[in-house]
Ligand binder design. Structure first.
Ligand code: FES
Ligand code: FES
Length: 159
């Protein structure tokens, strides 16, 4: 298979790379760029551990080829922290024990931020519905929902 050249912006950094056309975004992030905060939890596109942001919406990085994102922009969990301060949604997960093993957490946080980007004051029911694409084996979801409620409030207050 011949390599192709792509341009992609990840976390506000521009990359120009030669890749195999069948390279998944998740493999590119983890193996080519060393951005291992985005996790792989399944091979069936069901767990959501691999979620990143694309145009402010959550995207499963295991389900898209880098070639499909030529000249586009992606944000990963590594880029949420600013000036050594956690993003309000990260803080809210910490404050509310929204994680146990933490494996699902990067995907949960990216998914939560995408929800708040479209609806900055979601109800509990809307949060639970939105999380249908994210699986957690540890927490029972209650504290994740609480975390997202607090994260939404902080994001509203901090603009
Ligand atoms: S790794 Fe499970 S949905 Fe992407
Ligand atoms: S905290 Fe362990 S899978 Fe969610």
């Amino acid at each position: 298979m011949h390599e192709i050249s792509i341009k992609i912006t990840i976390n506000e950094k521009n990359y120009e790379k030669s890749i195999l056309p069948n390279t998944l975004l998740i493999d590119f992030l983890r193996e080519e760029l060393g951005l291992t905060g985005t996790h792989v939890g399944c091979d069936t596109s069901q767990c959501g551990a691999c979620m990143v942001l694309h145009n402010n919406e959550a995207l499963k990085a295991c389900s898209i080829l880098v070639a499909q994102l030529n000249n586009q922009e992606i944000t990963t969990i590594e880029h949420l922290q600013k000036d050594n301060k956690l993003h309000p949604m990260q803080n809210a997960f910490r404050n509310n024990h929204g994680l146990q093993c933490g494996f699902c957490t990067p995907g949960m946080i990216m998914s939560a931020i995408s929800l708040i980007n479209e609806n900055n004051s979601p109800t509990e029911e809307e949060i639970r519905k939105h999380l249908e694409g994210n699986l957690c084996r540890c927490t029972g979801y209650q504290n994740i929902v609480k975390s997202i409620e607090e994260g939404a409030k902080d994001m509203r207050e901090k603009g």
